[in-house]
Design a protein around this ligand. Structure first.
Ligand code: NAP
Length: 308
């Protein structure tokens, strides 16, 4: 099978940390070009904008869009209009409506659109889903607390409207929750803490339920120093479950039953290649919808200013 000519747009932290190594290790792809205002990828053609790249390198077949979410839609429209398959970093856009529009455009043009959720490919997520599928879930606690200064140094966009603030990591937890829970849930109340000098929240607490009255509480906080927490605990009629380390390790009734090194981005690129070859798309908006609901329903509390 011939390899897919891929281009990457928005060359920053996640491209260097994850996309380039995952693509280099996958024979399904040939990385042929990159577009970014400042960032460059060694050994391939680099351009300042996606328009210049699409014009100059027509053999590009697929494009990974890795810029901040507020700028993804405009780039995706150009790539889709040029007939390219599109991989959207998470979150897939700044609004639900714009991503739905992209899905319609991809369908019209007969190309693949992939709204990626890397945390869903953490190694123990499918084992957690399989465990919960056979149980009645009574309660769930999601604790996603990390140090924003460590993980997002100097990222101004993340604090702007549409940058999602603490929901940038929190949506990863929601992408796992919506994958492993056997039933759909919905938010019933939320509190969002906004630093007085920022347009996006630094912390959020959300309660969810479902038709059976599930008690699900999620806490996201960016002020955590010391040990970081990326945990999902559940109480079920078959005992307790702890999915920890961002979805890498599963313990059932206190015993570790699944723990493997993570392979999230290699898995994302394998999935994208399968979608392209099968002529399909994968656009699940559930995690983004829950974030939108939290913003819609949430009580806003102003807290002390945040300085990098
Ligand atoms: P980043 O390094 O701040 O941004 C990526 C690149 O996007 C920047 O280097 C910049 O490159 C370009 N960019 C920034 N502002 C732009 C604008 N106004 N218009 C067009 N391009 C702009 O961020 P990142 O950490 O890589 O995150 C990018 C995306 O990946 C986000 O959606 C994030 O949620 C997701 N992600 C990040 C991580 C992580 O650990 N950092 C993990 C998983 C997913 P140029 O200056 O060269 O244009």
């Amino acid at each position: 099978m011939s390899s897919i000519n891929l281009a990457i747009v928005g060359v920053g932290k996640i491209v260097r940390d994850q996309h380039l190594p995952a693509v280099a290790a996958n024979a399904d792809y040939r990385l042929v070009a990159a577009a970014s205002r400042n960032g460059k990828v060694d050994g391939i053609a680099n351009f300042g904008t996606i328009e210049e790249m699409l014009e100059a390198v027509p053999e590009v077949e697929a494009v990974s869009l890795c810029m901040p979410p507020q700028y993804r839609y405009a780039a995706a429209v150009k790539a889709l209009a040029a007939g390219k398959h599109v991989f959207l970093e998470k979150p897939p856009g700044a609004t639900l409506s714009e991503v739905e529009d992209l899905a319609a455009q991809a369908k019209e043009r007969g190309v693949s659109l992939f709204a990626s959720w890397h945390s869903r490919h953490a190694p123990a997520v499918e084992a957690a889903r399989a465990f919960l599928a056979g149980t009645t879930v009574r309660s769930m606690r999601v604790t996603w607390k990390e140090d924003v200064r460590h993980w997002h140094p100097g990222q101004a966009w993340i604090w702007e409207a549409g940058g999602l603030g603490v929901f940038d990591p929190g949506i990863n937890a929601l992408s796992i929750v919506t994958r492993i829970l056997p039933r759909a849930v919905f938010a019933t109340e939320a509190t969002l803490e906004f630093p007085e000098n920022r347009a996006a929240p630094i912390a959020a607490a959300i309660r969810f339920t479902d038709a059976e009255g599930l008690d699900l509480q999620a806490e996201f906080d960016w002020r955590q120093t010391g040990p970081q927490s990326w945990d999902i605990e559940a109480e079920t009629d078959a005992g307790s479950m702890l999915l920890s380390h961002g979805g890498s390790r599963l313990a059932v009734n206190g015993e570790v039953v699944h723990a493997e090194p993570e392979q999230e981005y290699p898995e994302l690129y394998r999935h994208f290649a399968r979608l392209i070859r099968a002529g399909g798309s994968d656009v699940d908006l559930a995690p983004l919808r829950h974030v939108a609901d939290a913003f819609m329903l949430g009580r806003r509390v102003v807290v002390e200013p945040f300085h990098d």
